[in-house]
Ligand binder design. Structure first.
Ligand SMILES: Cc1cc2nc3c(=O)[nH]c(=O)nc-3n(C[C@H](O)[C@H](O)[C@H](O)COP(=O)(O)OP(=O)(O)OC[C@H]3O[C@@H](n4cnc5c(N)ncnc54)[C@H](O)[C@@H]3O)c2cc1C
Length: 464
């Protein structure tokens, strides 16, 4: 049977592209190997982690109610119920994706897909093997957790993002290898739920893709709230005991220390799912396992596009996968398609305090030869942050000295991941520091801190 478009993978990239293809009137087939639609993001990534983070935040308030003038004796955390809530949010949205496929007349096949070349896709389903022909094919197969050599994840001791989301109780102690977004988010969740958390990171700082000041602030806050942070540390000789995991850490000062945890989360990056999907039958080119694409997401194989976590050169984020999918479908349909601007991608980390950033870091801007002006405004000077009781962090604006061009905005603090949207819009609209200084922010809001960040570039912040 011939289709206009066959999409392999129903993550945020694949399912959003399927909806858009349906809206454009494409005869579209979506192939998914998992029983449920939604991919990593919905089933074992963005959504379940943020559901847990929300409960962790509420729980934090219950632990210190007296600060708000509330007496609340002996609050209890019912962790199985916390998991039920998380699972029902995931189920609701996975059903929502099924609904969207029906609404947009996208056919769905549950099975494992491989490219055969020449516009053909072979799918293994429970009912047998089927081959589909299509004018266009989109690879959106996503990624999976990398494991350290010689280790294998299990349900009990050595965990990836999948197993940790299904623990039936809060571990007394949790070791985390890797301080990228996934590692620090789980650190923030389980620290607030009461685990003794240790983060081991080989690089000199946590969240290494962020501006250095942001890493420092997160480091300071993590330590202040009882998380042990060891950067520049290497974990070796990891071994499973009957009910715990041991390892030897070589710390930044060269000393070796034996550590033991109830559970160990390995969060050392995500491997693109490009093995075993038939790429050898095509002219698709890889860069260390990631698919090389052009600005419109085209691979080296005619009419085969790739999007999302498998793509070389763009960050592995759900909103990047979605936008790449929409760009690809627009291009197939001959509609105006604006390539993804890699310098306008918000990066969000949902820790406490949260992180939201866009554009160049101070170091990157300097390395690119800009003469930069930096404005920094602390949330300590923002009244809404004080009302929320969340006054850690700051807004940091990096601007070009000459014309006030906004080069980057880096926020760490309350709801930073929401606040960064204004900075993304400002940069997309090519606003300058001057125009942002005369943009009115409602009072009392956290967004005023963003306005003050722009004021601070010219040394004109009011509340600092
Ligand atoms: C713990 C965690 C938290 C995260 N939190 C965030 C966040 O808050 N915000 C954010 O932006 N990003 C977050 N991410 C990253 C985000 O999940 C990914 O960037 C996003 O899911 C990528 O989307 P995708 O469509 O490329 O692939 P995926 O979501 O990985 O989906 C790929 C789909 O393809 C299917 N598939 C693979 N191979 C085949 C095949 N051969 N045949 C059929 N089907 C196949 C898979 O089963 C899967 O359903 C998080 C990731 C993790 C692990």
């Amino acid at each position: 049977m011939a289709y206009d478009l066959v999409i392999i993978g129903s993550g945020p990239g694949g399912y959003s592209a399927a909806v858009r293809a349906g809206q454009y009137g494409f005869k579209t087939l979506l192939v998914e190997k998992s029983p449920r639609l939604g991919g990593t993001c919905l089933l074992v990534g963005c959504i379940p982690t943020k559901a847990l983070l929300q409960t962790a935040e509420v729980w934090d308030y219950f632990k210190h109610p007296e600060e708000q003038g509330i007496a609340c004796k002996d609050p209890q955390l019912n962790y199985p119920k916390v998991l039920d809530r998380k699972n029902s949010i995931v189920s609701k949205h996975s059903k929502g994706v099924e609904f969207l496929m029906k609404k947009n007349k996208v056919e769905v096949v549950k099975g494992y897909a491989r490219l055969l070349g020449g516009g053909k896709v072979q799918v293994d389903t429970d009912q047998g093997q089927q081959t589909y022909e299509s004018r266009f094919i989109m690879l959106a197969t996503g990624s999976e957790a990398r494991m350290l050599p010689g280790l294998q994840a299990d349900a009990n001791q050595i965990l990836t993002n999948i197993e940790i989301l299904n623990l039936t109780s809060v571990p007394r102690s949790l070791g985390i290898i890797g301080a990228g977004a996934v590692g620090v988010e789980f650190a923030s969740i389980f620290n607030r739920f009461g685990s003794k958390v240790t983060v081991l990171e080989m690089l000199p700082r946590m969240v290494p893709v962020e501006d250095e000041d942001v890493s420092k602030e997160l480091d300071r806050y993590f330590r202040k709230t009882g998380i042990r942070v060891e950067t520049g540390a290497k974990a070796e000789n990891i071994r499973k005991n009957s009910n715990s995991v041991s390892l030897t850490a070589t710390l930044a000062n060269g000393k070796k220390e034996d550590l033991e945890f109830d559970k160990l989360l390995v969060a050392v990056g995500r491997k693109p799912n490009t093995d075993n999907v038939g790429l050898q039958a095509t002219a698709i080119q890889l860069d260390r396992g990631f698919v090389k694409v052009d600005a419109f997401q085209r691979t080296g194989e005619p009419n085969v596009y790739a999007i999302g976590d498998i793509v070389a050169g763009t960050p592995q984020l759900a909103h990047v996968a979605t936008m790449e999918g929409l760009v690809a479908v627009a291009h197939m349909a001959g509609k105006p398609a604006r390539p993804v601007n890699r310098n306008r991608i918000p990066g969000c980390t949902y820790t406490e305090p949260g992180i939201g950033s866009v554009g160049l870091t101070e170091a990157q801007a300097k390395a690119q030869g800009y003469r930069v002006k930096v404005g920094k405004f602390p949330f300590a000077g923002n009244s809404k942050a004080t009302i929320l009781g969340m006054h850690e962090g700051f807004v940091k604006v990096i601007a070009d000295e000459k014309f006030g061009e906004i080069l980057g905005v880096h926020i760490i603090g309350p709801h930073a991941y929401e606040l960064v949207a204004e900075a993304v819009t400002a940069m997309e609209a090519e606003a300058t520091v001057e125009s942002m200084m005369s943009t009115i922010h409602a009072h009392p809001t956290l967004s005023e801190a963003v306005g003050e960040g722009f004021n601070a570039v010219n040394g004109l912040a009011i509340n600092a």
